[in-house]
Design a protein around this ligand. Structure first.
Ligand SMILES: NC(=O)c1ccc[n+]([C@@H]2O[C@H](COP(=O)([O-])OP(=O)(O)OC[C@H]3O[C@@H](n4cnc5c(N)ncnc54)[C@H](O)[C@@H]3O)[C@@H](O)[C@H]2O)c1
Length: 279
């Protein structure tokens, strides 16, 4: 028996990376997946792959930072897949501005060099000092507001339907370990972990289980701007000695969506290769 047979799932940011891997893994386990993304073309490609495993996958445009777009996507879900069993709040970004990327790639290496040569650290991150209002707003709009808009839409359906449900929020080790170089990302992911616990308490009475996955560094297009040297530093800090693969996160999502996690709610599961050991 497949683990998600007969279930329906709404996955955000599902046109790439972790969202695509989670969508495929759900479809492999028998779920009909609503593959949503701000980029319709990539959503369509992933939905086609999902339908090859379990017919009935649907591709939909959904900009999670816009509540009207989220509401339209959920209305489309109602019309195409009917009742919702699983929501995965996965859509996310890192800053791609050239100045930002250069600062992140150069500062960590410079500090590592200074420390290894026994000098005092004289290169400083200065990321918060240089973060603009617009960058900070964008980070929170996509990660935290997006998670709120989609959770609200899902609970409005799951509670009256009376069939329980699962919500899986994609956090990050950055939400608790707060590694240097991405302060607004760390804050947004930390907020998602707190919101996960609050939602878990609120929805427990009607059997909606809410958990988070906090991955370490995973090979997806999100890390495209990270230099090979910085990737090397990530691998060096990871006891398993490498970055993770998207399917190593998707397996955790199947566990949290399926029949093997019925006594778990408000928890954070962290596939991270050992880089952070105190979730
Ligand atoms: N890759 C990692 O190392 C890593 C580690 C920890 C957490 N995460 C988190 O995992 C999630 C997925 O990231 P990924 O690594 O697969 O990245 P990715 O760039 O491969 O995929 C992100 C997807 O989100 C979509 N997206 C961006 N803005 C959107 C919006 N406003 N509305 C809807 N969709 C939008 C993109 O189009 C893309 O398809 C993110 O929340 C990210 O923060 C990633």
């Amino acid at each position: 028996m497949m683990k998600l047979e007969g279930k329906t799932a709404f996955v955000t940011g599902a046109g790439s990376g972790l969202g695509a891997a989670i969508s495929r893994a759900f479809a492999r386990e028998g779920a009909r997946v609503f593959v949503s993304d701000i980029d319709e073309k990539t959503a369509q490609a992933v939905a086609a792959e999902c339908s090859a495993f379990t017919p009935g996958a649907v591709a939909g445009v959904c900009d999670v930072s816009d509540s009207a777009s989220v509401d339209r996507a959920f209305a489309r879900f109602d019309d195409t897949l009917g009742s919702i069993d699983i929501l995965v709040n996965n859509a996310g970004i890192v800053h791609r501005d050239a100045d930002y990327v250069t600062r992140v790639n150069s500062t960590g290496l410079a500090q590592a060099g200074e420390l290894m040569s026994g000098s005092p650290v004289s290169t400083h991150w200065e990321v918060i000092e240089n973060t603009t209002d617009a960058q900070f707003d964008k980070m929170f709009k996509i990660h935290m507001y997006g998670t709120f808009y989609c959770t609200r839409a899902a609970l409005r359906r799951m509670r009256p339907a009376g069939n329980g449900g699962r919500i899986i929020n994609i956090g990050s080790i950055m939400g608790s370990a707060s590694l240097a170089g991405a302060p607004d990302y760390c804050a947004a992911k930390g907020a998602i972990l707190a919101f996960t616990r609050a939602t878990a308490r609120e929805a427990a009475s009607y059997d909606v289980l809410v958990n988070a996955i906090a991955p370490g560094f995973i090979e997806t297009p999100l890390l495209d701007d990270i230099s090979p040297e910085t990737r090397g530093l990530f691998a060096l800090q990871t006891p398993l000695g490498r970055l993770g693969r998207p399917d190593e996160v998707a397996g955790v999502a199947v566990f949290l969506a399926g029949p093997d996690s019925t006594f778990m709610t408000g928890q954070v599961v962290s596939p991270n290769g050992g880089i952070h050991m105190s979730q």
